[in-house]
Design a binder for this molecule. Sequence first.
Ligand code: NDP
Length: 249
Amino acid sequence: MFSLTDRVSIVTGASRGIGRAIARTLAEAGSDLVLVSRDAEALAAVEEEIRALGRAVLAIPCDVALVDTPARVVSATLERFSRLDVLVNNAGINNTGSIDRVDEENWQATLNTNLTATYRFSREAFGPMRERHWGRIINVASITAQTGGVNGSVAYSASKGGMLAMTRTLARDGAPHGITVNAVAPGQIDTGMARALAPEALRQVEAAIPLGRLGTPDDIAYAVLFLALEQAGYITGTTIDVNGGLLKR
Ligand code: NDP
C-alpha cells in the first residue's frame, strides 16, 4: 500500500549523509533513482547499494551550483527513464562563521548550492511533472531557518529560510498540476556536516534535544519518504520539523 513502485526520483547530495539515506529509503520503497553529487567515487558506491536493492539507478557526478546542471540532470533522467516523479533537493553546504567571516565568495557559494540550485532543479522538474499531472518536490531545509545557526552561519540560515519561503510559493504554482512541494527541516543530524561543528558546540546542542540524542539520516529519510507517497497528496506548502523536539512552534 505504501509504495513508490514505478516512480523515478532524483536525489541531490546523494553521496553521503542524509542524501544517501534518502536514496536508499526511496529505493527500498520501490523507486528507481537518479543520484547527484560531485564525488564520483562516493556516488558509485551508493549506486551499487541501490542496484543491490533491485532498483534501476543512474549516477550523475556534477556540481549542483553550476547554472546548467539541473537542466542536464533532468534531461538525462527523461532520456533514461522517460519520467520524473520525485525531486529531493538535499545537496547543501554549511560554511559556518559570523558575519565578519562570511565574505562574498562564501555567501555566493552557499546561496548557489543550497538555494539557487533548488530553484533551478524545481523549475526543470515542473515540466515533466506537469505533463503527468503528478509530482513531489521535497526540499531539505534546516532548523536554522527558524533558530539561526549555532556558529553564526549567516549565509546558511539565509539560504535555508529562502528554501522554506520558496516551498510555500512553489506549492501554489504546483497545486493546479498535481505537484506538491514541501520541506523537511532537520535539527542536528549525525553526519559529516554536524561533526564539522566544534565538539563543545555539538555537545551543547545534543544536551538541549528533548529526545536526548542527535538525529540519524534515516530519521530524515522516513519523513521524505512519507511526503513522496501517493497518500501524502493532500499535503503541500508545509514543513515537517524532524529535530527531536528541539524547536516547538
Ligand atoms: P553532508 O555534508 O554529509 O552531505 C552533503 C551532501 O551534499 C553530499 O552528498 C555532497 O556531495 C552534496 N553536495 C554539497 N555540495 C554540492 C554541490 N555543489 N554539488 C553537488 N552535491 C553537493 O551533509 P548532510 O547529509 O548532513 O546534509 C544534507 C542536507 O541536510 C543539507 O542540505 C544540509 O543543509 C541539511 N541539514 C543537515 C543537518 C545536519 O545536522 N547534518 C541539519 C539541518 C539540515 P559531494 O561532496 O559528493 O558533492
